[in-house]
Design a protein around this ligand. Structure first.
Ligand SMILES: *Cc1c(COP(=O)(O)O)cnc(C)c1O
Length: 394
């Protein structure tokens, strides 16, 4: 056997003994609150489909109609012949919706983050990132070759010190608007003031705010009432929007520059045009979706009000992401497993996705959940607290 394969096997063994092995489930139903996974029916609190749009009939119909009209493949990159009318319409609609002059579509949020940060920043520049930022923001900073400063979670004073001391040519502050494993909202107003003071720009990853927060779901920036040419916003389209992809919205000059310089935009085939047609339908559902958002926020309030645990605690969060902090990796797995045996899926999130000793259940709520669903989760958690043995798990 080659030494590389030995090394890979040893890594996998180590993960297994540390309780860090990740497993995929085979989904055999639409993404929804009630799913079939590994051949079994489950009530799911796993998805980021916060508005219940992933299987919405209006989106499915829009996708089918567009596939009949426009085909399924994009065929070539955007700068050759791949930029379809549906892509263009969606970009314009998204820019208008979030109140920015211009927008650009990417195939995924991951591609957007690595493409934008590495295009805008270079060797003489500096990127400033919250320590709990999503992995793809860090990858973007790494690819850019800029100096990468990471500051403690939500620590405005620490960021200011770093900005003050920096002699970089250009400065970009990056943050999740809503943190993906914590659900809390970044102090973006403070960051923007610092950016104005220190001539920096603010790149906001709104993967979990777009569609959910702000008037008509326009996102976290509108929720906080923030607007500035210094703001560059990224929103994903595979979470609340229910489909796939991502967009970056900014000043027109930024978008024009990205079309010339963002490699993950230039050297790739865009998502199929019918996905953009489905997303135009999704945008309409989001804009007229106050009832969905009300249902989601009612479910969040219900969970926070009625869950009464002493052993584990819900971390403070106003959003659809409600982390139940357990601490130990094995205990978090045992809890997730306990729920699974009772037909409820909640993922255990362990390091390195979250800091050491903060393993948790990431409960994510959706407008598709009903009161009975959330109450079923609450009583199962109450039972788990009584029944799962305390101490190191077998
Ligand atoms: C999910 C996520 C991404 C990546 O988006 P995809 O479209 O799934 O690639 C980026 N940033 C954050 C904060 C996310 O949660």
């Amino acid at each position: 056997m080659s030494s590389l394969l030995d090394y890979l096997a040893a890594d996998l063994d180590k993960r297994q003994t540390q309780g860090l092995m990740r497993q995929r489930r085979l989904l055999d139903s639409p993404q929804a609150e009630h799913i079939t996974a590994n051949g079994q029916a489950f009530l799911s609190f796993c998805s980021n489909d916060y508005l219940g749009l992933a299987n919405d009939p209006a989106l499915v119909a829009a996708l089918q109609a567009a596939a009949t009209e426009a085909g399924v493949g994009s065929g070539a990159s955007n700068l050759i012949t791949g930029h379809h009318r549906y892509h263009d319409q969606l970009e314009q609609a998204l820019a208008a919706f979030v109140g920015k002059p211009s927008a650009l579509l990417f195939s995924t949020g991951y591609m957007a983050n690595i493409g934008v940060i590495s295009a805008l920043m270079g060797r003489d520049d500096a990127v400033f990132s919250d320590k709990l930022n999503h992995a793809c923001l860090n990858d973007g900073a790494f690819l850019s070759r800029a100096t990468h400063h990471r500051f403690a979670h939500n620590d405005v004073a620490a960021l200011e010190k770093l900005l003050q001391a920096s002699t970089a040519r250009h400065k970009l502050v990056t943050a999740d608007a809503v943190f993906s494993m914590d659900g809390d909202i970044a102090p973006l107003a403070d960051y923007l003031s610092l950016c104005e003071r220190y001539d920096a720009y603010l790149y906001v990853d709104d993967a979990h705010g777009f569609g959910v927060l702000g008037p008509q779901g326009r996102g976290t920036l509108q929720h906080l009432g923030l607007a500035s040419p210094r703001l560059i916003m990224m929103g994903t389209l595979g979470k609340a929007a229910g489909v796939a992809g991502a967009f970056v919205a900014a000043e027109k000059i930024v978008i024009d520059y990205l079309i010339q310089h963002a490699n993950s935009y230039i050297y790739t085939t865009p998502a199929p045009p019918p996905l953009s047609a489905a997303l135009l339908a999704s945008l309409h559902e989001i804009e007229t979706g106050d009832a969905r958002r009300q249902q989601l926020f009612d479910m969040i309030a219900l969970l926070k009000r009625e869950l009464a645990l002493t052993r584990w605690h819900l971390q403070v969060s106003e959003t659809a992401i409600q982390p139940l902090i357990v601490g130990d990796n094995h205990e978090a797995l045992a809890l997730s497993h306990y729920l699974q045996l009772r037909g409820i899926l909640v993922p255990a999130i362990r390091p390195p996705t979250v800091p050491l000793n903060t393993a948790r259940l990431r409960i994510s709520l959706s407008a598709a959940h009903g009161e009975a669903d959330v109450r079923a989760l609450i009583s199962a958690l109450h039972a788990a607290e009584r029944e799962i043995p305390v101490g190191p798990q077998a």
